[in-house]
Design a protein around this ligand. Structure first.
Ligand SMILES: Nc1nc2c(ncn2[C@@H]2O[C@H](COP(=O)(O)OP(=O)(O)OP(=O)(O)O)[C@@H](O)[C@H]2O)c(=O)[nH]1
Ligand SMILES: [Mg+2]
Length: 633
């Protein structure tokens, strides 16, 4: 059995709801106001089982020109559109507008019902038929069946159903292999159940007990119960009209426009790139900066448009555009959308979303951006994914995010990622995908930063990884950085010693002159015994800079040739050992030592005695009790 969504479209009062009722027995006008006023205000629903086993979920839309917003909320999931035209009135403004909307959304199939045939004679019917055929030329309905019917007398209804059976057989149903995506069109409370939402399951499946996320609000919850086509069911699949009872969510927390999704795949977005086609019949063109309304499935967002590569677009023209929206939307590459002017609310056009998470395109690189958008529009899936991964830079893209960014089956996306990795366009690092261009730029950058560091700090052993990360000044995933370093080490482009990176073969303070200075310093410290020259004296003693004195002393301590007591004081190894032995002996005999006693024992000055004593504290030989030291227990 295929689950297919059939929707109505057409001008007000042309008989859409009457036809749904005549076909299904269900009056889609469910609101009190609708019944009293005889017009449809909001979406209505019914279902019809066809003789070939396929089940139609029916969405009935309002025809009123002021209610296009509600019509748009219903049209998103339609597989087949039934354009309803009253035979007595013929083509009217919303006949054209609804037709244009369905055409822009690329609804797969359709048919035309010429209703109220009981009200006109044969000649009139023939004229109206001609007019309709003329109007649908060049649209998705050009070759569709056209059936005159009467909901009043029932004439030709069986014929209409026959056509629906044929169309349903031709429709490729929505894919249950995608990720769960269920745009909410209604929210209500049911006694004994709590909050229930309804919507058309656009892709994937949903099951009782399943964890779900409501976006963009970011509510995590669980499915308590499910109904599809008014029957309780443990699971619903793509293409079904679905009612979901959600756990622990209040009715007021949810509204039309929210989307129920599988957790972890979608990130709400406010900036997106798209292809836009302005309708030839659009009442105005668009300029960059215009305020517009963006519609996709049940979502509406207000925002501004930037027309890329040009500043203005006239009716009938097309371009790549960027939307900056004021409200976040849940959207994928490949989603169709409708665009209306902010005020007055006129339908201007629509198109397809190309990059759901984009950034501002700079004029200097506009040609490259336009070329990329061309690939996102018409390229092969691995190339499209390559571009989306590229956009994430060195932060990388997780597989789940890649799956969530494109409206295609999961397996297809996973296979395309593998294909792009095979071609080495992108690289997989743990659970992340990163574009190869960014990785090679990163390696070049690391190389030059390390070289520059050596140049500036010839006495330091190398550039610390943490310091390098800071110098890169970009959003970078730690795994990506580690991977780049590892790969460079493997290729012998750099050497790593602990956390320090250096150019291959680099030795700090190598070279004859430095070695000589180092030896002289070691010598001077040794000769100084317990009262050696301190760092501050080195520049004058050895004709070196302050910084070199610091770096050289660090280096000598690292090499184990001297012992670093503090920034200023460095001692010979043997000297420290002698003091340590004497101190230990003293403490074992006398249990304690004062600072003055220690100064005499170490044969040094008060100035050095304090840091030296603290050094032994830090070495955990001694501990301070009051103003004395004891052995540490
Ligand atoms: N004689 C006749 N009247 C019809 C037929 N179909 C609908 N009507 C009448 O036309 C009026 C409008 O019908 P609806 O079905 O409410 O029209 P609609 O297209 O749903 O209108 P909106 O939803 O408000 O856009 C009602 O009074 C119906 O009784 C038909 O086949 N023959
Ligand atoms: Mg109606």
């Amino acid at each position: 059995m295929k689950y297919i969504i059939l929707g109505t479209a057409g001008h007000i009062d042309h008989g859409k709801s009457s036809l749904v009722k005549a076909l299904t027995g269900t009056d889609p006008d469910r609101l009190k106001d609708e019944k009293e006023r005889g017009i449809t205000l909001d979406l209505g629903f019914a279902s019809l089982d066809l003789a070939n086993g396929n089940r139609l979920g029916i969405v009935d839309v309002p025809g009123h020109e002021g209610l296009i917003k509600n019509m748009l909320a219903g049209v998103g999931g339609m597989d087949i559109v039934m354009l309803v035209i009253a035979a007595d009135e013929g083509i009217m403004p919303q006949t054209r507008e609804h037709l244009a909307i369905c055409d822009l959304l690329q609804v797969k199939k359709g048919l035309i019902a010429l209703t109220k045939m009981d009200m006109v004679d044969k000649d009139w019917l023939a004229l109206v038929t001609d007019e309709v055929r003329e109007t649908v030329k060049g649209t998705f309905l050009e070759k569709s069946p056209l059936i005159p019917v009467s909901s009043k007398t029932g004439e030709n209804l069986p014929l209409l159903v026959q056509e629906l059976i044929k169309l349903s057989a031709e429709v490729t149903p929505k894919s249950s292999n995608g990720i769960l995506r269920l745009p909410i069109d209604r929210v209500f409370t049911m006694k004994g159940f709590g909050t229930v939402i309804t919507g058309t399951l656009l892709s994937g499946t949903i099951s009782v007990e399943q964890e779900v996320e409501v976006l963009p609000k970011g509510i995590r919850t669980k499915v308590r119960g499910l109904q599809s086509h008014n029957q309780a069911s443990p699971r619903a699949i793509a293409g079904q009209r679905t009612a979901v009872n959600l756990q622990a969510v209040e009715k007021d927390q949810l509204s039309r426009g929210d989307t129920i999704v599988g957790p972890g795949f979608f990130k709400p977005t406010k900036t997106l790139d798209a292809k836009l086609n302005l309708l030839a019949q659009a009442p105005r063109g668009l300029k960059t900066g215009s305020r517009v309304r963006f519609y996709n499935s049940t979502q509406e967002a207000i925002g501004r448009i930037t027309i890329l590569g040009t500043k203005e677009l006239a009716p009938g023209e097309e371009a790549f555009v960027q939307f900056r929206l004021e409200q976040p939307v849940i959207i994928q590459h490949g989603d169709r959308y409708i665009l209306r002017f902010y005020s007055p609310m006129e339908t201007l056009g629509g198109g397809v979303v190309l990059n759901p998470h984009t950034r501002r395109h700079r004029p200097a690189t506009m040609q490259a951006s336009l070329k990329d958008l061309g690939v996102l529009e018409k390229g092969a899936l691995p190339d499209k994914l390559g571009l989306l991964v590229f956009g994430n830079g060195l932060a990388g893209m997780e597989e789940a995010e890649a799956i969530g960014s494109i409206a295609a089956d999961k397996q297809e996306i996973v296979a395309a990622l593998a294909a792009a990795a095979q071609k080495k366009t992108i690289q997989r690092i743990d659970n992340l995908y990163v574009h190869a261009t960014h990785l090679s730029a990163l390696e070049n950058k690391i190389s030059s930063l390390v070289k520059h560091f050596h140049h500036e700090n010839p006495l330091k052993p190398g550039l610390d990884k943490e310091e390098l990360k800071g110098m890169l000044r970009m959003r970078i995933n730690q795994k990506v950085l580690n991977n780049a370093i590892e790969s460079m080490v493997k290729k012998k482009q750099i050497e790593a010693d602990g956390s320090k990176l250096r150019a291959p073969g680099f030795k700090p303070a190598g070279g004859k002159i430095n070695d000589e200075v180092k030896n002289r310093i070691v010598e001077a410290i040794k000769k100084g015994g317990t009262q050696p020259p301190v760092r501050e004296e080195f520049p004058a003693l050895f004709s070196i800079s302050d910084k070199d004195a610091k770096d050289l002393l660090r280096l000598l301590a690292d090499e184990g040739r001297t012992i670093r007591i503090n920034d200023s004081l460095h001692l010979d190894k043997d000297v420290v050992e002698t003091i340590r032995t004497d101190l230990k002996k003293h403490l074992e005999e006398k249990k304690e030592i004062t600072m003055a006693e220690f100064r005499d024992l170490a044969k040094t000055s008060r100035k050095f005695a304090v840091p030296l004593m603290e050094y032994f504290d830090s070495q955990k030989l001694t501990q301070r009790i009051g103003d004395k030291r004891m052995l540490r227990g």
